[in-house]
Write a protein that binds this ligand. Structure first.
Ligand SMILES: NC(=O)c1ccc[n+]([C@@H]2O[C@H](COP(=O)([O-])OP(=O)(O)OC[C@H]3O[C@@H](n4cnc5c(N)ncnc54)[C@H](O)[C@@H]3O)[C@@H](O)[C@H]2O)c1
Length: 318
């Protein structure tokens, strides 16, 4: 069985490639040729109410592969100099059931999540988007920057993190890779997002913090950070104000607090969801219609994304 390390995943799967892999993945998912089971996401009974263990299975078809991502999320790991999301994707051959690869899931998660956001951004953000705001400057911030640079002509990157030191260190690292970009470390949330073209929320916040009146007309938001029914980043009024798209109906309506809380409050209905990424990719629904509307892509993350990336990497290395 092949073992693929974090560095090998990064070497084999560029952001450009991963956006195409995700486009194919959402196309296949929408057409029903690949499938996933409901994932298991358990908060560990360690009394901390934040450490998560997840098992995410998916099947890519008879002549392809199947398997699962097995991963943990320990938000405080950074204080130990460890990544917050660690685990493996285990890939099996669909023709004979043999395990063929164990692939670093931290790297796949880092890349695929941002690639999915970039794919959605390509349908939903203004063509000339030049200002990107990253809320949260952990692992996902750097991959979101790289992936969104693949689809929009970003010139200015505003960052905001509750941990100012993390934001400053992030800017130092990213500025070295991208001297052409202007980075702004904002200690004010409203200033960070006002008149921004694209906002990515990349935090494990338990409380909604992004207010509707902070967001200007024409902004596209990728709401990525939370994936349980009781946690969210966007206030209900913002969800109501925006045109909402999701990664997958079934998963979003089970797991997304950004959606489920305003629905429970009676402020939103399931029918208010404009479409899924699969529907965008297959032209079943339209993306941005004008330069005024606020669009929101709410993603909880799907097992099919992980398995499609794992298959792509394995086939390249085999
Ligand atoms: N939807 C998906 O597919 C998907 C995939 C991967 C990760 N995630 C989630 O995305 C989030 C970010 O992932 P990561 O790996 O970058 O996490 P991380 O732990 O590396 O970084 C999170 C950062 O957010 C900051 N933060 C926390 N609360 C904040 C707030 N209210 N305002 C501003 N900053 C705040 C923290 O200080 C930290 O720097 C996590 O919650 C993770 O579980 C979602």
């Amino acid at each position: 069985m092949k073992q693929v390390s974090y560095d090998e995943v990064i070497e084999q799967l560029s952001f450009k490639e991963s956006i195409q892999v995700m486009k194919d993945c959402f196309n296949d998912h929408e057409n029903g040729t690949i499938a996933q089971r409901e994932r298991m996401v358990e908060i560990l009974p360690d009394g901390k109410d934040k450490n998560v263990f997840a098992l995410m299975p998916a099947y890519l078809g008879e002549k392809r592969y199947f398997g699962a991502k097995i991963i943990t999320a320990f938000p405080d790991n950074h204080s130990l100099n460890l990544p917050s999301h660690v685990g493996e994707v285990m890939l099996f051959d669909s023709q004979n059931g043999l395990p063929v690869a164990l692939i670093n899931a931290n790297a796949i998660t880092w890349i695929r999540t941002a690639a999915v956001s970039a794919l959605a951004t390509n349908f939903l953000a203004k063509e000339d988007s030049s200002i990107l705001t990253l809320l949260g400057t952990g692992q996902q911030a750097s991959s979101h920057l790289e992936a969104i640079l693949c689809v929009r002509p970003i010139k200015v990157v505003r960052v905001y993190d509750l941990n100012q030191k993390a934001a400053a260190a992030f800017i130092e690292r990213m500025q070295a890779n991208h001297p052409e970009l202007e980075f702004i470390n904002s200690n004010n949330l409203r200033e960070a997002v006002e008149h921004s073209d694209i906002v990515c929320t990349l935090t494990p916040s338990k409380e909604a913090f992004l207010e509707a009146d902070f967001i200007s007309a024409g902004t596209h938001i990728n709401a990525i950070g939370t994936f349980t029914p009781t946690t969210r980043e966007l206030k209900s009024e913002l969800m109501v104000k925006g045109k909402v798209y999701i990664d997958d109906y079934e998963a979003a309506l089970k797991e997304s607090g950004d959606l489920l809380i305003p629905i429970a409050e009676g402020l939103m209905k399931e029918e208010n969801i404009v479409g899924s990424l699969g529907e965008l990719v297959t032209d079943k629904v339209a993306g941005r219609a004008n330069i005024e509307e606020i669009t929101i892509f709410d993603a909880v993350g799907l097992a099919v994304e992980d398995l499609c990336c794992a298959e792509y990497i394995y086939k390249k290395l085999k």
